[in-house]
Design a protein around this ligand. Structure first.
Ligand code: NAD
Ligand code: DAU
Length: 352
């Protein structure tokens, strides 16, 4: 049995909490250290079910604070990093790009430098796994898919900051030999996603009979992946990925925003016992996001062929599971949809 001490950054966020849960439950022989600043997007409620487990440790640390990151490595003798901590919402990056530069770029460099300093005598059994996004590749036209060799062409401050961090991670592999893996994933959905993102925002608004804002004409396309499928891919790649490699992760599941929201409206009508067509009346077209990328779609053949990983094939089922979770966890949602979020929502959508 191999013992490991793994630092998961951003573990209190949406994807991070699913990754922490999977590792804490699946690998009792590992110590899992969740390091999170607990920004507006970090919520320890997401991890209530694992917080008392003996192999789980939480540390409230800002990755921009290098001495604090170094102290974590010193305290726990970290030998693996799964780096998810980031500012993740494109709209927020348009109104306040600076935080994205600090957390996504400087924070990543801090982690790289501290890992390098601690591991430099032997890279054996060490891994720095950087979680990134398909948005670094820019926007696709009608056809084609992003592959691992697609050129970088980020268009928003968020994707530019993630692209920068990806380049830095790869530079540490080439320059210093730091063992790294990078994955670029498509849009995730599922339980615990903060309701600023399209699907949970729409679920919350439909539930409360509020307008569902669709940017532009609603013809932008995203490739949706159930969050637990992403966590499974991360588990597989952490254990079997080739050092220095990049893997694309995607749902093979492209939807125009408007078609996705119409499907969601039908699911919500059923779940809430409303007349068919009721929720669709809430759809409201609003001013488009500046620089809105038209289409993302991922080719994950490399991951599928080398590891056998596959996303769930039934999107409607995944969407229903997600809706069920949000309807069953009203307290979670209501705790979030107050205070700071209320102000953010007002500034985003209030005067449209
Ligand atoms: P999220 O916004 O839900 O969670 C981010 C977490 O990082 C939060 O818990 C937050 O408190 C923490 N954090 C933010 N700044 C920090 C800092 N300075 N120090 C320590 N912790 C900090 O994000 P998510 O959607 O779960 O995304 C996680 C990662 O996956 C990100 O790196 C994102 O770029 C990437 N990603 C997300 C998606 C998606 O669809 N959500 C798809 C592909 C890749
Ligand atoms: O592709 C991966 C990326 O997916 C991740 O890297 C990001 O962290 C994550 O936020 C997500 O980015 P998007 O910008 O694609 O996700 P978002 O949920 O914000 O928007 C999805 C689509 O829906 C996008 O085309 C914009 C549109 N949209 C979004 C919101 C919030 C609307 O039409 N109305 C809305 O209110």
């Amino acid at each position: 049995m191999v013992r490991r001490t793994i630092l998961i950054t951003g573990g209190a966020g949406f994807i991070g909490s699913h990754v922490v849960r999977r590792f804490v439950n699946g690998y009792p022989e590992y110590d899992i250290i969740n390091c999170d600043k607990l920004t507006y997007a970090g919520n320890l409620e997401n991890l209530k079910d694992v917080e008392s487990r003996g192999n789980y440790f939480f540390e409230k640390v800002d990755i921009v604070d290098k001495p604090a990151v170094a102290a974590l490595f010193e305290k726990y003798k970290i030998d693996g990093v799964i780096h998810l901590a980031a500012e993740s919402h494109v709209d927020r990056s348009i109104t306040s790009p600076e935080t994205f530069i600090y957390t996504n770029i400087i924070g990543t460099v801090n982690l790289l430098n501290v890992a390098l300093a601690h591991w430099k005598d032997s890279f054996d059994g060490k891994l720095f796994y950087h979680i990134s996004t398909d948005e670094v590749f820019g926007s696709l036209g009608q056809d084609g898919l992003f592959t691992e060799s697609s050129p970088y062409d980020p268009r928003s401050p968020y994707s530019a900051s993630k692209a920068s961090s990806d380049h830095l991670v790869r530079a540490y592999w080439h320059t210093y030999g730091l063992p790294v893996v990078v994955t670029n994933c498509s849009n995730n959905y599922g339980p615990n996603q903060f309701p600023e993102k399209l699907i949970p925002l729409a679920i919350n608004n439909i539930k409360n009979n509020k307008p569902v804002p669709i940017y532009g004409k609603g013809d932008n396309v995203r490739d949706w992946l159930y969050v637990e499928d992403h966590a499974e891919a991360i588990d597989i790649i952490f254990h079997r990925g080739k050092s220095g490699s990049t893997y694309n992760i995607g749902g093979n599941n492209e939807w125009k925003n408007i078609d996705l929201i119409r499907l969601l409206c039908r699911v919500m009508d059923e779940k809430l016992g409303r007349q068919p067509g009721t929720s669709e009346k809430l759809i409201t077209f609003v001013t488009d996001r500046p620089g809105h990328d038209k289409r993302y779609a991922i080719d994950s053949t490399k991951l599928q062929v080398t590891t056998g990983w596959k996303p769930i094939p039934d999107f409607r089922k995944g969407l229903e599971k997600t809706v069920d979770w949000y309807l069953a966890n009203t307290e979670w949602l209501e705790n979030i949809v107050s205070g700071e979020y209320e102000k953010y929502y007002e500034s985003m959508y209030g005067n449209r």
